[in-house]
Design a protein around this ligand. Structure first.
Ligand code: TK8
Length: 336
């Protein structure tokens, strides 16, 4: 009796929450959404927000099945599953898309952005949208960019305080030629590996170090296998939420609308959450036993100079139009 009343109340509440969903052209759908980090990470939390929002906006008809910790495969494996139509959605680094869409290398430009807010404007603006649209020829649909964040260096050998310290370090890099080139120029022995293999590679000393934002160093427990954290902020990495185009093309306009709206809600949540966590992460990593060093501005400048030629490769990847659009927009933002 009591249960039945509860059920009725819940049904009414669901109906009241999304009246338009009742009339809209929305079917019952199970959507597999894969991601690489742990459930207890900024990525996992935002996927949950997306899932809740999709359920709310679709009156419970569209159900996101969130699958984290790379259980559906690495970024690159999931991208292929999306292209083939075997998986519906995912979130991963734009850097892992460069093999498919070379223009995405734009976001791998070292020291491109000065702040997360600057990145938001470019990514959500014309340039970001231009690059997202490039995905559709390749069987993918880009929905929104999330913040992965500014990347910093960790390793098990020594504090990195100057360019010379990269020498001899075996560093895992993301699987893309820009990252490979960047760290080779700095003198490291750069080894491309999927993120899903990274913890084990660090633990077994297959590699000495890696680079990722504070949030990831924390949520992936890299502090358990890495002693030194050197603050370089050498590049800002976006994540991008994508869908299988094969699948997307079969959705109704209302269903797409639900996904796009929920994606924007998840994006706004994710950026706030990530920044709040990043602000506290250094203290936490220190408490977890990491030795942290800042890199002096003059040394950062030397790193910047050393890897400047990488920009030429990026320009070739992205083409002069995109490159110039980003530079112009940045200039406009910086002039206020
Ligand atoms: C997670 C990766 C990760 C990225 C990396 O799947 O590979 O280092 O920073 O966030 O996309």
């Amino acid at each position: 009796m009591k249960l039945k009343a509860l059920f009725l109340a819940a049904t009414l509440a669901a109906g009241a929450m999304a009246p338009q969903a009742q009339a809209a052209d929305i079917q019952t759908r199970l959507i597999r959404f894969g991601y690489g980090l742990n459930q207890d990470s900024n990525q996992g939390r935002a996927v949950q927000v997306f899932a809740d929002e999709v359920a709310k906006l679709s009156g419970g008809k569209m159900k996101i099945r969130a699958i984290g910790a790379a259980a559906l495969g690495s970024d690159i494996q999931m991208q292929q599953a999306l292209i083939g139509g075997a998986q519906e959605m995912m979130v991963g680094s734009t850097a892992t898309l460069v093999g498919i869409t070379p223009e995405m290398a734009m976001w791998d430009t070292p020291f491109l952005f000065n702040s997360g807010e600057e990145a938001d404007k470019i990514l959500d603006g014309r340039a970001g949208q231009m690059l997202m649209e490039k995905l559709s020829d390749k069987g993918l649909v880009g929905l929104v960019y999330w913040e992965n964040g500014f990347r910093n260096l960790t390793n098990s050998q020594k504090p990195v305080t100057r360019v010379e310290d990269f020498g001899g370090l075996k560093l895992r890099v993301m699987q893309n030629t820009v990252f490979l080139d960047t760290f080779q120029r700095l003198g490291a022995n750069a080894i491309p590996l999927p993120f899903s293999e990274l913890f084990t590679a660090l633990e077994t000393k297959t590699v000495d170090g890696q680079e990722n934002p504070y949030n990831t160093i924390l949520s992936s427990k890299f502090y358990e296998v890495q002693k030194y954290l050197s603050i370089t902020n050498h590049v800002y990495s976006p994540w991008i939420v994508t869908a299988s185009k094969k699948w997307w093309d079969g959705l109704s306009a209302d269903e797409r609308d639900v996904l796009l709206k929920a994606a924007v809600v998840s994006r706004d949540f994710e950026r706030k959450d990530t920044r709040a966590e990043a602000d506290k992460a250094l203290a936490q990593l220190k408490a977890d036993g990491m030795q942290i060093n800042e890199v002096a501005p003059a040394e950062i400048e030397r790193m910047r100079e050393t890897i400047k030629p990488v920009n030429e490769q990026i320009k070739q990847n992205v083409g002069p139009a995109v490159w110039q659009a980003v530079q112009n927009q940045l200039k406009a933002i910086r002039q206020g």
